[in-house]
Design a protein around this ligand. Structure first.
Ligand code: TYM
Length: 334
């Protein structure tokens, strides 16, 4: 019997700063769980980062650091393909083609575009607008079956599905139609200082926990997290801060809501926050030790990125060649 085809997974994170526990719990950690059973392509979405101004030297350093965080989180470059998006030109090439199969109306609906253009009113560039098309290219190039992401990226994956279906409809089956995959409690980790907002890399202040934050900083940020005056550790509508801390605690410890509520019955928020802080700091401590080890071996990181880009290019170029042929580009070599 023919061996079943391994399902393909693709995902990415923008190396625009230090990753947050939102990135880790919402995406990266799930990636590591998939690496044994799926054919995984995990990229550093560096092309996406320049939709917002970056300091070049910092971007270069952040790419290396993010690669080290990927490995420190447990991704094994022997099992997966880890690569930098900018090292695989097919991403930009397919993005252009797909731009021509994406409607302005679709892009106008993207909530991330609306948010980011409000936050960067002085730099509402074309890249920010067509960003979801580049993301569709990222996914479709690898014929991905699933895309493990946090909740904020679901709308983009849905657009990738629409673009794939549209292209397939016009030219016959070309792309596999991908599905977004999210986890229950950690699909949307909220800011500690304003739990109505998503925790984000670009937030300054104490609302965001970065994976490289030292223990005392983690404990302080969680101690200061905004909660409510009810005083009871239980999940309920409107208790945004506590719901968020419960999500974090549950994602880190594996405990259910019921277990958490029993553990802290009759105890105050102070005690709960301390437990959440300790659990998060312990988890991050392990990642940080591994991170330092990888950062001390730049030659190894470079090698992983070079080999990753070669493997990714091979697969991506196959899809791109198919697309070029289908849309009618003439190539005298064929
Ligand atoms: P980015 O870099 O903003 O975030 C990377 C991943 O982390 C998830 N995430 C969160 N999950 C839970 N709670 C949060 N507070 C939180 N913040 C971020 C995101 O949902 C994402 O899964 N456009 C993408 C990067 C990208 C991509 C791709 C992803 C480019 N091409 C192709 C998947 C497939 C982005 O900006 O993610």
């Amino acid at each position: 019997m023919e061996e079943a085809r391994k399902k393909v997974v693709l995902s990415g994170i923008q190396p625009s700063g230090t990753l947050t526990i939102g990135n880790y719990l919402g995406a990266l950690r799930n990636w590591t769980k998939m690496q044994d059973d799926f054919l995984c392509y995990y990229m550093l979405a560096d092309l996406h980062t320049i939709t917002v101004r970056q300091v070049p030297a910092e971007l270069r350093q952040n790419c290396l650091k993010t690669a080290a965080v990927y490995l420190a989180a447990g991704l094994d470059p022997e099992k997966i393909t880890l690569f930098l998006q900018s090292m695989v030109p097919a991403h930009s090439q397919l993005a252009w083609v797909l731009d021509c199969y994406t409607m302005m109306g679709e892009l106008n609906r993207m909530t991330q575009f609306k948010d980011k253009s409000a936050r960067h009113a002085d730099n509402i560039n074309g890249g920010l607008y067509t960003y979801p098309v580049l993301m569709a290219a990222d996914i479709l190039l690898y014929q991905a079956d699933c895309v493990p992401v946090g909740k904020d990226q679901i709308q983009h994956v849905e657009l990738a599905r629409d673009i794939a279906n549209r292209f397939n409809g016009v030219y016959s089956e070309t792309f596999r139609v991908p599905e977004a995959l999210t986890t229950q409690n950690s699909a949307s980790i909220r800011s500690l200082s304003d739990p109505t907002k998503k925790m984000s890399k670009s937030e300054s202040g104490d609302g965001t926990i970065f994976v490289l934050d030292p223990k005392d900083v983690v404990l302080r940020k969680i101690r200061k997290a905004v909660t409510d005056s009810d005083g009871e550790v239980r999940r309920a509508e409107g208790k945004h801060g506590i719901n968020n801390l419960m999500n974090i605690y549950s994602a880190v410890t594996g405990k259910t809501d019921g277990e958490i509520e029993r553990e802290f019955a009759g105890k105050g928020y102070g005690e709960f926050k301390l437990a959440v802080g300790e659990a998060v700091a312990d988890l991050l401590g392990g990642i940080q030790r591994e991170f330092e080890r990888y950062m001390a071996d730049k030659a190894f990181l470079n090698q992983v990125l070079i080999e990753g880009a070669e493997r990714a290019s091979y697969v991506a170029n196959k899809t791109l060649a198919k697309v070029y042929r289908k849309v009618g580009f003439y190539d005298p070599r064929r």
